[in-house]
Design a protein around this ligand. Structure first.
Ligand SMILES: [Zn+2]
Length: 92
């Protein structure tokens, strides 16, 4: 499956200015989650957060944004995906 979420492919560096408080939170999470660094913390949090708002499109493997509890739209291939009996299926 083609997943553009490939970890090392086409990595883009993002610089985010953090407040003192935010840095402290990151440091705490880093220790608490036993991760290698603040960058790892951010990666993990983003990955967890995206699962709450998106599903993986069964057609193209890109992320499909949830539009309802049981419906999602893929902006990459324009599929409409519906949750039927616990499974995400393409709307026909
Ligand atoms: Zn798609």
């Amino acid at each position: 499956m083609d997943r553009r979420a490939g970890e090392d492919r086409g990595a883009t560096e993002i610089t985010v200015p953090l407040t003192v408080e935010e840095r402290e939170m990151l440091r705490l999470l880093c220790q608490e989650l036993d991760l290698g660094g603040e960058e790892e913390v951010l990666r993990l949090l983003v990955r967890q957060a995206v699962q709450r708002v998106a599903i993986t499109c069964p057609t193209c493997g890109h992320f499909a944004r949830l539009t309802a509890e049981d419906e999602a739209n893929c902006e990459a291939c324009l599929s409409v995906i519906k949750l039927v009996e616990g499974l995400w299926r393409l709307e026909c």
